[in-house]
Design a protein around this ligand. Structure first.
Ligand code: XBP
Ligand code: MG
Length: 254
């Protein structure tokens, strides 16, 4: 039986990367007196490394930044802390909106009594701020568990964060569905035994989503149908609980 829905955050609940995290990293660089600037295509490449601090370390290693190896870890921590402050300011200013269908589906699932949870690579404060800002007041309490960067030793594609969330909510992987936007996220969810739906975005639409139940442009809305890119098709042009239950039952019988 379908009992729980587990959502990734960045790229899945909202398009946070290009106009959110990327801009916050650049603000942190400027604030720290560094002339580094991550433009839109370069940030797309850097997204291959999951985790903001890990991304900074990778950048310092791969580009001629002139930072001595022994100083990189402390600088990455400092820049990442600054970046989180800028990102939270952007969320507070309403710079990031939820993707189509997200608020509708979360509201429907909450009202129907499904267990809702988050499994993300990003920093916990970022998730809490986004949910508090973009959903109705009190919606943070809809989530039985929020698994974030602080809760897993290794970032996606490692399944650790999904395993943590499944333990927290006490639901078997077979009774849940995961929602992801990236290949690394899909790998993490599949490795934790979860059936997974992918909604792609401009940074991830060329990635490999083999193994996803369905690959969609987004969750769709009654007035703005989603496109199906691969896998199971949509009955009504948008993802609702009836569709998810049908997909879940279908995969159990195959
Ligand atoms: C998200 C990430 C994060 C964000 C930035 O991946 O990899 O690093 O880009 O957030 P996913 P932090 O959507 O697969 O969870 O700077 O807080 O890491
Ligand atoms: Mg993501």
């Amino acid at each position: 039986m379908l009992r729980a829905l587990i959502f990734d955050v960045d790229g899945t609940l909202a398009d946070t990367e290009r106009d959110g995290h990327r801009v916050a990293f650049n603000r942190a660089f400027a604030e720290a007196g560094l002339d580094w600037r991550w433009d839109v295509p370069r940030y797309g490449e850097l997204l291959q490394v999951t985790g903001g601090r890990e991304r900074l370390l990778h950048f310092m290693q791969s580009d001629a930044t002139g930072i001595a190896p022994g100083n990189r870890d402390a600088l990455a921590r400092d820049l990442h802390a600054r970046k989180t402050v800028h990102y939270l300011q952007m969320i507070d200013a309403g710079a990031v909106k939820l993707r189509p269908g997200v608020a509708r589906l979360l509201t429907e699932a909450h009202k129907a009594g499904l267990v809702l949870a988050i499994a993300t690579t990003t920093t916990r404060a970022n998730v809490e701020a986004l949910l508090a800002h973009a959903l109705p007041a009190g919606a943070l309490s809809w989530f039985a568990a929020i698994g974030a960067a602080e809760n897993a030793a290794r970032k996606k594609p490692d399944p650790g964060i999904y395993e943590y969330v499944l333990r927290k909510i006490g639901v078997a992987a077979d009774d849940a569905l995961a929602f992801e936007d990236s290949e690394a996220g899909l790998c993490a969810a599949l490795s934790a035994g979860l059936r997974t739906l992918a909604t792609v975005n401009e940074y991830t639409d060329a990635q490999d989503f083999t193994g996803a139940l369905s690959v969609l442009s987004d969750l769709g809305e009654p007035q703005a149908p989603a496109s199906v890119l691969a896998g199971l098709t949509l009955e009504r042009g948008f993802v609702d609980l009836a569709e998810l239950r049908a997909w879940h039952a279908h995969t159990l019988s195959h």
